[in-house]
Design a protein around this ligand. Structure first.
Ligand code: UGA
Length: 434
């Protein structure tokens, strides 16, 4: 099949590379000329494990190509994905759909034969209807269907998530569109992930509901962690105890400094707005959003408390800046709230992150950026694990103690077992003190 993907962001690039790997002829389009030129040379704009090799291998076989020319690519497409960004609109948190609508209007002009246009971007309920209307108005002769096919991949494991999905959601209102999507995903479905066909609006809502539910789970366990601290219980054992119940499930029950990233914060906010717009408010999600915002702020206080309430003039070493490991993405990362919180109280902050420092340098000022975890700890009064990168999981405790002014470790990701840190003043999340 000839597949065209408009937008070479996270979702577009990963989907394009994976679909090419499954044997489809894929053309990825982006209006950013410089980005396309770099991609043609195999330079990947994001850090995502496995993606660079996948892109380069499929470019070599000719299955994956990059261009800025919508006119040429769209003319021969069987399937066109719209995978452009839908950022939260300044001021009200609603998804900004201007890029989606612009893409729809542009591609409509170049359709030559029947194709299915698919919204892969996360879009509010009714967007497929709007895209269809824009395309019909732009080119009344064009033969097409619009479908919704949300993506559930996670940064850091995006290639694996695309290739081994839990489910594929196809929101389409015509049989011919469904048939074409089934053909597209046939190679993937050999491993039998369920392909669930719904109407377009349902598919659009599934995406928001999935991300909001994940945020809800994290928000829930974070509050349970607070309760555990007050009641001298252990949140990891509570999570295991409830997670073994199949109705609850064990994933997304790791307590931490609050969720971040480009999706959960944006999509919970957008779902809240959508629900209000439909006069069916989701107050439960409003509460999750507020709790998560408060949690990030509370984490700076927790670090101060570990230093007995006064961090003025003290040096804090922060390990991990990105919103989660295996990504260079800093969007909505807890570090963006916690580090300024520490600085406001007069702390000096040193920091190290394996992939995030290039972006962090633009976002977090007056931070002493270091080359590795141990350099970061040199002469610090406390060390904070903010993101659970693998390289922070087996730190040399004896060496750490020789570097730190005092052995204080605030582990906001519960990276270590309590008994491993008995000789430290060890503060973790929702667990009794060592
Ligand atoms: C999320 C969803 O997990 C994907 O299914 C979805 O496709 C994606 O958004 C999207 O809409 O594109 P992602 O933003 O990559 O994926 O990150 P997650 O793995 O969901 O993590 C989000 C945040 O929650 C991170 O800050 C992470 O540290 C935090 N988290 C996650 C916890 O604090 N505890 C957990 O147990 C799990």
């Amino acid at each position: 099949m000839h597949v065209v993907i408009i937008g070479t962001g996270y979702v577009g690039l990963v989907s394009g590379a994976c679909l090419a790997d499954f044997g489809h002829e894929v053309t990825c389009i982006d209006r950013d000329k410089a980005k396309i030129e770099r991609l043609k040379k195999g330079v990947i704009p994001i850090y995502e494990p496995g993606l660079e090799a996948l892109v380069n291998n499929n470019m070599k076989t000719g299955k994956l190509t990059f261009t800025t020319r919508t006119d040429i690519a769209v003319g021969r497409a069987d399937i066109i994905f719209i995978a452009v960004e839908t950022p939260a609109r300044q001021g009200d948190g609603r998804a900004d759909l201007s890029c989606v609508y612009a893409a729809a209007a542009e591609l409509a002009q170049h359709i030559k034969s029947y194709c299915v246009v698919i919204n892969k971007s996360t879009v509010p309920i009714g967007t497929a209807d709007e895209v269809e209307a824009i395309m019909q108005k732009t080119n009344p002769e064009a033969d097409f269907d619009v479908a919704s096919n949300p993506e559930f991949l996670r940064e850091g494991t995006a290639v694996r998530d695309f290739k081994c999905p839990d489910r594929i959601i196809v929101g389409a209102d015509t049989e011919r569109a469904i048939a074409r999507l089934k053909t597209l995903y046939h190679p993937l479905c050999l491993d039998k992930p369920p392909l669930l066909c719904t109407n377009r609006r349902t598919a659009e809502l599934i995406k928001y509901a999935a991300n909001a539910f994940l945020a809800l789970k994290i928000g829930f366990i974070n509050q349970v962690a607070d309760l555990c601290e007050a009641a001298k219980a252990d949140v990891q054992q509570v999570a295991r105890g409830i997670g073994l119940d199949k109705r609850i499930g064990s994933e997304f029950l790791n307590a931490g400094p609050g969720y971040g990233g480009s999706c959960l914060p944006k999509d919970t906010l957008a779902l809240s707005r959508i629900a209000h717009d439909f006069s069916a408010p989701m107050t439960i999600i409003d509460a999750v959003i507020a709790a998560n915002d408060q949690r990030k702020e509370a984490m700076a206080r927790r670090i101060t408390d570990a230093l007995r309430g006064d961090i003025k003039g003290k040096t804090v070493a922060v390990l991990g800046l990105t919103f989660k490991p295996e990504t260079d993405d800093m969007r909505e990362a807890p570090s963006l709230v916690i580090i300024p919180g520490l600085q406001q109280q007069g702390a000096n902050v040193r920091a190290y992150d394996p992939q995030g420092m290039k972006t962090a340098k633009h976002l977090l000022k007056d931070v002493d950026y270091c080359q590795n975890a141990y350099e970061c700890m040199q002469g610090a009064d406390a060390v904070v694990i903010l993101t659970e990168w693998n390289e922070f999981r087996e730190l040399d405790k004896t060496y750490m103690k020789s570097l730190l002014n005092q052995p204080v470790l605030i582990d906001l990701r519960n990276t270590y077992a309590l008994e491993e840190l008995e000789t430290f003043a060890y503060h973790s999340v929702g667990r009794p003190a060592a």
